[in-house]
Design a protein around this ligand. Sequence first.
Ligand code: HEM
Length: 220
Amino acid sequence: MDATVTATPFSTLIRTASHEQHTEAETSTFMGDLLGGRLGVDAYTRYTEQLWFVYRALEEGARALAADPVAGPFIQPELMRTAELERDLAHLRGDGWREGLEPLPATAAYAGRVAECARTWPAGYIAHHYTRYLGDLSGGQIIRDKAEKTWGFARKGDGVRFYVFQEISNPASFKRGYRELLDAVNADDLEKQRIVEECKRAFALNTAVFRELGEEFRAA
Ligand code: HEM
């Protein structure tokens, strides 16, 4: 067993292990163009659509995992995003937002993997939970600010509700609590290592979605 696995708090291990891929996701061409104000609201809409497929898989899976001894402690209603995404999509696409909505191939693969973990491997589900929700509570706030300014959404209003966690008044303290949950995760060292690997996979799945979005939307 790698001694660093045992000695390092799990929250540090998972953050450090995914650091490089975080930079890659953050600096992807699509994200760069989107946040640089070089793409239209149609690109932002298409991105929000992809998030809906991913969060539906995360949150449908969550229901079944609430009592699970490993993943259960992570399931917290104040994180749930599906309803917010649906309000954003109704604003962006209109009341018939669900009609003709299809995931990109990379999104279908991502949501499929999340659903598979939720069904068959609760510890692996934690990797996906961490990658999305802790990211949304951190960098998500930068994305919201840019989106409001670029496409004129009301501050914390329709179009950016996905990024607004109404029931989390202190995100920094919530993230501290979340890291404590990670540090106390009910898994042995080998399983922790496998969760870290799944987290890297989760980042790669996100990057693949950005790549496909980047093929569809290019800055002028
Ligand atoms: C342009 C896009 C992004 C920006 C500007 C951004 C920015 C940030 C910032 C500022 C933090 C806080 C770091 C800290 O608290 O020390 C953070 C954390 C995080 N981000 Fe991102 N991020 C972006 C994209 C992403 C993506 C695509 C993912 C994965 C889907 C992601 C996942 C995470 C995670 C999991 C954390 C928590 C790290 C930890 O403290 O354990 N981020 N991000």
